[in-house]
Design a protein around this ligand. Structure first.
Ligand SMILES: [Zn+2]
Length: 207
């Protein structure tokens, strides 16, 4: 858990001042899952996946701005709209992104299922190895800082990852189970959204 978010932001700024940042900013695409008529998973407490991931993504943008934009971050959607899977990856290709991260939340019929899953593409591509390494690092940072259980790095044939795999490193994050009462309650709190957003931002900066 972050005891003091402003302290972490100060650290981010200091790393900029002391010249630890690369000369050119990394371009990051955050793919905000679902949207519009596609709500994604519905939480046990009524929250909708499309809203949760948008809140997290917008918070990442704000934190990055507060840290004097150490990264060049773009979202695939900034509001409650539905975007095709094709257009999500098209943006990343057009901007020549360095990293593509798709944000989702999990759901299970088992109410006890919990924890974070990170996915890399099962289909091999030029960036498979890099994606897996970044996936493991991100999962470690997220679980440590947010306090969620780790369900490991997994491989799946998700379209967005399969397409990105030839252009840049990519991963899909399942940020806890909305079907689990503890995790659904946790992620419904705006302070906790900030914790998760900061953990993701830190893990991206660590790459
Ligand atoms: Zn989803």
């Amino acid at each position: 858990m972050f005891k003091n978010v402003s302290f972490v932001i100060l650290l981010l700024k200091m790393s900029l001042i002391f010249g630890q940042e690369p000369a050119t900013q990394k371009i990051i695409i955050i793919d905000v899952g679902h949207g519009g008529m596609d709500s994604g998973a519905i939480g046990i407490n009524g929250i909708q996946e499309k809203d949760v991931v948008l809140d997290i993504a917008l918070k990442i943008l704000r934190l990055n701005e507060q840290a004097e934009k150490t990264l060049d971050i773009y979202l695939t959607r900034y509001s409650d709209t539905l975007i095709s899977l094709f257009d999500r990856t098209k943006l990343a290709k057009a901007l020549k992104a360095d990293l593509f991260i798709s944000l989702h939340c999990n759901h299970s019929d088992n109410p006890n299922a919990r924890g974070i899953e990170v996915y890399a593409s099962r289909v091999q591509g030029d960036y498979s190895r890099e994606s897996v390494v970044i996936g493991y690092q991100t999962e470690k940072i997220l679980c440590k800082r947010v306090g969620y259980d780790s369900r490991g790095v997994k491989f799946a044939n998700f379209q967005v990852l399969r397409e990105m795999n030839h252009y840049c490193a990519s991963m899909l994050l399942e940020l806890g189970f909305l079907s689990n009462i503890d995790e659904a309650s946790y992620i419904s709190d705006s302070d906790n959204i900030q914790h998760i957003a900061l953990a993701i931002l830190l893990s991206i900066q660590n790459q």
